[in-house]
Design a protein around this ligand. Sequence first.
Ligand code: CU
Length: 112
Amino acid sequence: MNKLIASFALVATLAPAFAMAADHDMHAGHGTMYSDAAQSALIDGLVKKVDKAGGKLTVSHEALPNGMPAMTMAFKVKDASWLDKVKSGQKVRFASDNVNGAMTIVRLELPK
Ligand SMILES: [Cu+2]
């Protein structure tokens, strides 16, 4: 039983790596497409502050695909209406990108 769980865990761990490698090969020569995929991976965050006046969301986030370690920081948001949908203390999943030099939340999903 333990062996079964262990091998399942191994498959689960390796599967995303395989998928990523396949994706990379498919897009060989299409660097932009590959980096878009990497940046659109949703990560978990916890809203700390909603700044409607400033159009910003302060989020405690996990490590980002771009190499930023876990931290609490203010992001701009791509769509200001998102600020009406979240509140402090709420869990979110989001993707961020560097837009004109400012870290910006470009996708935001709320847990059901
Ligand atoms: Cu950060």
